[in-house]
Design a binder for this molecule. Sequence first.
Ligand SMILES: Nc1ncnc2c1ncn2[C@@H]1O[C@H](COP(=O)(O)OP(=O)(O)OP(=O)(O)O)[C@@H](O)[C@H]1O
Length: 301
Amino acid sequence: MKKARIIYNPTSGREVFKKELPTVLERFEIAGYETSTHATTSEGDAIKAAQAAAERQFDIIVAAGGDGTINEVINGIAEQSYRPKLGIIPTGTTNDFARALSIPRTISKAVDIILADQSMLLDIGKVDDHYFMNIAAGGKLTELTYEVPSKLKTVIGQLAYYMKGIEMLPSVKPTRAKIEYDGKIIDEDIMLFLISNTNSVGGFEKLAPEASLKDGYFDMLVLRKTNLAEFIRIATLALRGAHLEDENVIYVQAKHIKVSTDEKMQLNVDGEFGGLLPGEFTNLQQHIEFFVPDEFAELNK
Ligand SMILES: Nc1ncnc2c1ncn2[C@@H]1O[C@H](COP(=O)(O)OP(=O)(O)OP(=O)(O)O)[C@@H](O)[C@H]1O
């Protein structure tokens, strides 16, 4: 009998998963899985739980939560020699990775995808000694995401980021950065850089339109020094994916990237604080096997 470990964050999003857990377990049992669950208790707990599940040779791990929970589960298994397949039930406030995989937000539909048993090996990113699946970013602008209180995020979701962003825009200053990628160098004053594994970032679905989750490449966007008016113009273009032609935007694909800055700069990894730069980023091609819907599989043949 196949074994499934369900790791869920009971505090995630609107806290609805626990109520549906008995139904979810029953569906997995009917489909032939022996199931067990782990409710996460604090930050970092899903890392340990996922690592233990890999060591105990579970066939699959189901991660129910937001991007934070999925990030931790990935960090728990990325370095293991045996890595269970990963199913996602998006129940968080931010579910960028699930959106990139076209996984539905409804719990029962997300379970359908896992039980349909279609999986694909996908890329993840590594920065120094931790892993990410969506994005690593730096720049004064990205630092604002930590300033949104989590209560506020739960209540109004994505909007909280934008409100805080608009409030902080006038104080955003450029930073001198040296970015080495696959043997080339960018050495300029920049507003921000984004090293993206997926095309769906912070609610902007067309930010890195060519990003593929199996090609082994990051899509890197660098925004050169701009004034406030230019910045707002480019952000508006980015909403509909028309920013790549702008002379202030550098868009390249790379497997290996090193970033260092003159001033102290924080790194944001999958929406959380990820330490200070410098940082070295490596794309680990097709490193983890995920359950995906037909729609995603068709587009990513
Ligand atoms: N029982 C718990 N109590 C408090 N925090 C927890 C608990 N379990 C996990 N966490 C932390 O909550 C973080 C965010 O979780 P997750 O992404 O699943 O939910 P979310 O609702 O999308 O969160 P966010 O408000 O950060 O967007 C996780 O990275 C983890 O560190």
